[in-house]
Design a binder for this molecule. Structure first.
Ligand code: AMP
Length: 374
C-alpha cells in the first residue's frame, strides 16, 4: 500500500517524500483510514512503530480542509503525552508533515518558563501538544480553553499511568467536550488501561501492532565477552570504525555514563552524556545536538533514555548489561525502527553472565558472539 492509496492530500504527500518515507508503516496503514473517518481508535503500539504520523497526518489533513470560519483561532486537537521529550518530538513531527500546509501547532511542557508558551497560545493554535501538569496549570490560569476540541489524543497511556498522571487525565476528561474523536495509544494493555480506554472511547476500532516480531527481523544483535577494564578500549575501537549515523551507548549508572563520555571525548570522539543529574536544559541541549546531527554519539542511563526517540538510530551499544532482561529488549528496540535496519552490541563481563542468560532466555535465542580483535 502507498500513502496515496490512503487518500492523503498532495501537500502532505510532498512532505512525506521530503522525509523519504516510502511506504506507510502497518499502524499508519490501519489507523489513518479510521482517524480520517472520524472514528475513535484504540491503538496498541509502541513508540517506534510510526504511530505519531498515524494520527498527525489525518489530523493535519482534517484541519487544513476547514474553511476560515470553521477554522477560527481555537484549539481543535489536543495531544496529551507523558514527557517533555515526547511532546517536543510530536511537535517536530507536526512541523515535518505540515511543511506544505498551514495548520498552527504549539507545544507546552513544564520545567521551563511559561511565558513563551503563553505568548504562542495567545497567537492562536489549531493543535496543542502538552504534558499534563503544564496543561492543567495553564487551563487554570485561563490561557487555554478546550471548548472547541474535536480530536483528543492520549499518547503512551500506560506510561502516563506509571508516572502517576491518572488524576490529571480524569480532571481533563471532565473539561473536554463530550462530542469529540478520541484516539488512545498504549504500548501495553493491562486491566487498568483497558478500563480507562473503555471509559474514554466510543465504539472504537482497535489496531494492534506487535513490535516483537519486527524487532527480531530488523535488529542485528552482537555480543562481546569482555572484562570491565577492557570495555572502554573496545568501545573506542568500535566507534572509530563505525559508520552508523547515530549511536546510543547505555550505561547502568549516572557516574558510569559520565566516565564513558569523558574517556571518549579525551580520545577525540565527540559525545555527550545524559542522565538524571544533568539539568533539563543540559539534557535538552544534548538531545537537540544529537537530533540535529551535531553530536553523533550519546551516552545515557536507562531512565534518561526513556524519552529519546531519534529517527533512524543506527546503533545501540550496551556498555553494561541492564538490571532486567526486559530493559534489554527496550534498549535495543530503539534501533531498527519503522522499517530501518539497526545494530545492537552488548559488552558482557563475567559477573554479568547471569543477566546475559536471562536476556537470552527472554529473547529465545543466543546472541551471536563477536571477537574483540575483529
Ligand atoms: P513513532 O513511532 O511515531 O515515534 O515513529 C518512529 C520513527 O519512524 C520516527 O523516527 C519516524 O520519523 C519514523 N517513521 C514514521 N513513519 C515512517 C514511514 N512511513 N517510513 C519510514 N520512517 C517512518
Amino acid at each position: 500500500m502507498t500513502f496515496k492509496e490512503l487518500n492523503i492530500s498532495e501537500p502532505i504527500l510532498k512532505a512525506l517524500r521530503d522525509k523519504k518515507y516510502e511506504i506507510p508503516t502497518p499502524i499508519q496503514e490501519q489507523a489513518i483510514p479510521v482517524v480520517s473517518g472520524g472514528k475513535d481508535l484504540l491503538g496498541i503500539a509502541q513508540t517506534g512503530t510510526g504511530k505519531t504520523a498515524a494520527f498527525a497526518i489525518p489530523i493535519i489533513q482534517q484541519i487544513s480542509r476547514l474553511n476560515a470560519k470553521e477554522r477560527g483561532r481555537e484549539i481543535k486537537a489536543l495531544i496529551l503525552t507523558p514527557t517533555r521529550e515526547l511532546a517536543i518530538q510530536i511537535d517536530e513531527c507536526f512541523k515535518d508533515y505540515n511543511r506544505y500546509t498551514d495548520i498552527r501547532h504549539t507545544v507546552i511542557f513544564g520545567g521551563v518558563n511559561q511565558k513563551p508558551q503563553v505568548d504562542a497560545l495567545k497567537r492562536g493554535t489549531d493543535v496543542l501538544i502538552a504534558t499534563p501538569g503544564r496543561l492543567l496549570d495553564l487551563i487554570s490560569q485561563k490561557y487555554i480553553k478546550l471548548d472547541h476540541i474535536q480530536h483528543f489524543i492520549l499518547d503512551e497511556a500506560d506510561r502516563m499511568l506509571d508516572m502517576g498522571f491518572i488524576h490529571d487525565i480524569k480532571r481533563l476528561l471532565v473539561i473536554l467536550p463530550k462530542q469529540r474523536q478520541t484516539l488512545f495509544f498504549s504500548a501495553t494493555m493491562p486491566a487498568k488501561i483497558s478500563i480507562l480506554a473503555k471509559d474514554m472511547l466510543k465504539n472504537p476500532i482497535t489496531v494492534e501492532i506487535k513490535p516483537v516480531d519486527k524487532m527480531k527481523n530488523k535488529i542485528e544483535q552482537g555480543l562481546y565477552l569482555v572484562e570491565k577494564p577492557e570495555k572502554s578500549n573496545l568501545l573506542i575501537d568500535i566507534l572509530k570504525k563505525e559508520q552508523a549515523k547515530t549511536i546510543l551507548v547505555f550505561s547502568r549508572t549516572k557516574h558510569g555514563a559520565d566516565k564513558i563520555a569523558k574517556v571518549l571525548n579525551k580520545t577525540g570522539i565527540n559525545c555527550e552524556a545524559i542522565h538524571g543529574n544533568k539539568t533539563q536544559v543540559a539534557r535538552q541541549r544534548a538531545l537537540d545536538n544529537f537530533r540535529s546531527g551535531k553530536t553523533r554519539i550519546i551516552v545515557a542511563t536507562d531512565i534518561a533514555a526513556r524519552g529519546i526517540d531519534i529517527a533512524n538510530l543506527g546503533m545501540v551499544i550496551n556498555y553494561d548489561l541492564p538490571d532486567t532482561a526486559e530493559t534489554y529488549v527496550h534498549r535495543i528496540g530503539r534501533t531498527g525502527r519503522a522499517g530501518q535496519y539497526g545494530t545492537a552490541l552488548t559488552f558482557c563481563s563475567k559477573d554479568e553472565n547471569a543477566m546475559l542468560n536471562s536476556i537470552q532466555k527472554l529473547i529465545g535465542k543466543k546472541i551471536s558472539r563477536l571477537s574483540v580483535s575483529a
